[in-house]
Design a protein around this ligand. Structure first.
Ligand code: GTP
Ligand code: MG
Length: 502
């Protein structure tokens, strides 16, 4: 009840969304299964743009770059992990707990948050306050912006992207997931909560499908709130959730054996996170803890030798122009001459920062702040791409894409003239379908011969898509993360697609 009230009090969005929220049963959604396989094979699994935050501290400015060409950070791999799942599943709490257990947050700060949470009558949210840093988020107990934080294990440097679960903030979730290499799907085991998250209006389903589409190839499903009195570390409940999730994950295109693992945790209590579960809490689990599972996930990273691409997600002025983004391909070095696309502005790299640290060189998957000379902050927009000058990213106002229609609003038909909002890496742009070229049989994956004028939910169709402004994209087969996209309208994801020709 409290939850519903909270959501209402957020006063978000259109009536259309509410209608969607109440929709009924299950499984009408088409299989996103095999969509990726329909043609290209995902040659190199790369990654993507990013969200916002942290300005460089004044002191950073004076720190000279590390002299060593093989910067320290190059020795450990870096992974972006997006936390996804239904509202209140415990994403921020688990993220906060990870930071606490990895020594990034001290007891005093936790005590301060405990007091603040109590004052806001949100006692149990104190761990989430580590990730939910703005006032609105703390008052409502809901993440809005994608929270960002870093922690390290023995083998890996992780960036946590804590996505919001509320359906009104799906665009933010998309931005988080599109920057991620792997996903942690947080599911609440608490009585009733798993069910609400899993049903049609729930975000568990939409997040999984979006994550898959956006290139999150590996998922760790954490069954959270195992400590809750309604669960009490019940193996039965855990098994029930796993058995319901597996078919759905398969249907969404995940190879469950290879790409998905499950584990029980308590984010709030910090159990099975940094160290394995003690038998006194749970006698039946003898699998790994969350840190171990994260450590052991293998993901192919982008190619450091390929042309440089970094979509810009944010920018600000600080002794020059600073852009933020994630390296999708190639390598950037201090002093490089690059282009900002689509405007072809020539820029020079003055400094590169990973977190707060200045570095000489950075490769695929890194989240960076890059100080540039040769461009004013006003001349940049998010969605622009910092590119290799010799081999810059393509610019288009029209492209051909293979689209899978998920669920159109109110049984709308999908035809030439259909308008939606295109989300591709850090670009958000109005688009129009100008022509349906051919329909593809989802089963045989072969084109269906007859001329197609419209398609319905579940269809796979090749079409021409037009945007009003020039955007930077690539063919999916060349740079998967720069060529996959979602189409949304009135706050709902209606289709997912990949660019096949530009
Ligand atoms: P959104 O950001 O709104 O999508 O939610 P979230 O998934 O980040 O959930 P959050 O971490 O804000 O937690 C929501 C509520 O669940 C809070 O009251 C938490 O204390 C509670 N919670 C989270 N993890 C656990 C857990 O392991 N056990 C119990 N008992 N409660 C938990
Ligand atoms: Mg949250």
């Amino acid at each position: 009840m409290d939850l519903e009230e909270d959501i209402r009090s957020l006063q978000l969005d259109s009536a259309a969304e509410d209608i969607n929220g109440v929709v009924n049963p299950e499984d009408e959604k088409p299989d996103v299964d095999n969509f990726d396989k329909i043609e290209d094979e995902d040659p190199k699994q790369e990654v993507q743009a990013q969200s916002v935050e942290a300005e460089p501290k004044a002191k950073d400015k004076e720190i000279p770059p590390v002299q060593d060409e093989e910067d320290e950070h190059m020795k450990k791999r870096h992974l972006n992990v997006v936390f996804i799942g239904h509202v209140d599943a415990g994403k921020s709490t688990t993220g906060g707990q990870i930071l606490f257990l990895s020594g990034q947050v001290d007891d005093r700060t936790i005590q301060k948050y405990e007091k603040e949470a109590k004052d806001k009558s949100r006692e149990s949210w104190y761990m989430a306050y580590i990730m939910d840093t703005n006032e609105e988020e703390r008052v409502k107990g809901k993440t809005v912006e994608v929270g960002r934080a870093h922690f390290e294990t023995d083998t890996t440097r992780f960036t946590i992207l804590d996505a919001p679960g509320h359906k009104s903030y799906v665009p933010n979730m998309i931005s988080g997931a599109s920057q991620a290499d792997i996903g942690v799907l947080v599911i609440s085991a608490r009585k009733g909560e798993f069910e609400t998250g899993y049903e049609r209006g729930g975000q568990t389903r939409e997040h999984v499908q979006l994550a898959k589409t956006l290139g999150v190839t590996k998922l760790l499903v954490v069954v959270n709130k195992m400590d809750d009195p309604t669960v009490n570390w019940s193996k039965e409940r855990y098994d029930e959730i796993e058995s319901k999730m597996v078919p759905f994950l398969k249907q969404s295109g995940y190879n469950v054996k290879k790409d998905v693992s499950f584990l029980p945790i308590s984010g709030l209590m910090g159990l099975n996170i940094k160290t394995r579960l003690d038998k006194s809490h749970c006698s039946w689990w003898d699998g790994p803890c969350l840190f171990e599972s994260l450590d052991s996930i293998e993901v192919p990273m982008g190619d450091p030798q390929s042309p440089f691409r970094m979509p810009i997600i944010d920018k600000f002025k600080d002794m020059g122009t600073v852009v933020m983004g994630k390296v999708e391909s190639g390598t950037i070095k201090d002093g490089d001459s690059l282009l900002i696309m689509p405007n072809k502005d020539h820029v020079k790299v003055v400094a590169i920062y990973i977190d707060e640290k200045r570095v000489n060189i950075a490769g695929p998957g890194e989240n960076l702040r890059v100080r540039l000379s040769g461009i004013e902050e006003e001349d940049l927009l998010s969605g622009f791409v910092l590119s290799s000058a010799a081999n810059p990213i393509s610019t288009v106002t029209e492209f051909v894409a293979q689209l899978q229609i998920l669920e159109l609003l109110d049984n709308a038909i999908f035809t030439a003239g259909y308008k939606a909002v295109l989300h591709v890496h850090s670009v958000v742009e109005e688009c129009e379908i100008v022509e349906l070229l051919e329909q593809i049989d989802p089963k045989t994956r072969k084109p269906i011969k007859k001329k197609v004028l419209f398609v319905k939910n579940g269809a796979i169709v090749l079409c021409r898509v037009q945007v009003n402004n020039v955007i930077c994209v690539e063919k999916f087969s060349d740079f998967p993360q720069l060529g996959r996209f979602t189409l949304r309208t009135e706050g709902k994801t209606v289709a997912v697609g990949k660019i096949t020709a530009i």
